[in-house]
Design a protein around this ligand. Structure first.
Ligand code: PEP
Length: 254
């Protein structure tokens, strides 16, 4: 059985104090109110990681994630954060290839392949983001576009490594726009991606990979999205910044 995961992507929001407050609220609510085996992941800004990690490491189903990592091991890379640094503060997950990093920081599929391999080498679980812009969807080219992202960034991995990757399908036109993919659009893409992985590796391996949906998921649409057979949870932006909203999304993932 593949894992159900709901990950909050806080992006560059809030102060350090805001982050600690949000993390402790979410942790308490999850402890008190969530009895499913969904894995909750808090992907915080780098400077919050160490403190939030001290809280999450005491709680079995809440995990710590970063929003990016360096493709280099260590050394003269000013401003970068290595996978070993992330591990040393108890991070278990790292978002790789978010569309905002692809767009504003020019991250390419080839560079993301290096980051995924680096994360896996340190025992971190990559949450690999993929998704098409609006023009591509309008031209009905979304399947070749997104499968190519997967091929170029993930398909050099060994079977053992590929099994450890989590994928997040995030149509760019749905991120932060209030415009969600319909559950049918999400299901179709997730099914195509799972088949693509099955063709390269095996049906058994594809069946083990968690594929999350991201893009304006919130309390009033999460249940319908998460009910799709190939949707294994969500990567949540805006709605992860309010503890009560985030908890509602977590509870919708059964
Ligand atoms: C995201 O940035 O990963 C995301 C899904 O954002 P939002 O939920 O705000 O659309």
């Amino acid at each position: 059985m593949r894992k159900k995961i709901v990950a909050g992507n806080w992006k560059m929001n809030g102060t350090y104090e805001d982050g600690l407050k949000l993390a402790s609220e979410v942790i308490h609510m999850v402890q008190d109110e969530v009895n499913s085996d969904v894995e909750v992941v808090l992907c915080t800004p780098f400077i919050h990681l160490s403190s939030v990690g001290k809280l999450t490491k005491e709680v079995p189903n809440v995990h710590l994630g970063a929003q990016n990592c360096s493709e280099y091991t260590s050394g003269a890379y000013t401003g970068e954060v290595s996978v070993q640094m992330l591990r040393s503060v108890h991070a278990e997950y790292v978002i790789i290839g978010h569309s905002e990093r692809r767009e504003y920081f020019n991250e390419t599929n080839q560079q993301l392949a290096k980051k995924v391999a680096m994360a896996l080498s340190a025992g971190l679980t990559p949450i690999f983001c993929c998704g098409e812009p609006l023009q591509v969807r309008e031209a009905e080219q979304q399947y070749p576009y997104v499968t190519q992202q997967i091929t170029e960034s993930l398909f050099d991995l060994s079977e053992d490594d590929m099994k450890k990757v989590v994928i997040a399908y995030e149509p760019i036109w749905a991120i932060g726009t209030g415009r969600t993919a319909s559950s049918q659009q999400a299901q179709e893409m997730h099914k195509v991606l799972r088949q693509h992985i099955a063709n390269r590796y095996s049906e058994a391996l594809a069946a083990e990979i968690s594929i999350l949906y991201g893009g304006s998921a919130k309390p009033d649409n999460a249940e319908e999205l998460f009910a799709c057979p190939d949707v294994d949870g969500g990567l949540i932006g805006g709605a992860s910044l309010k503890s009560r909203d985030f908890l509602q999304v977590v509870k919708a993932c059964k």
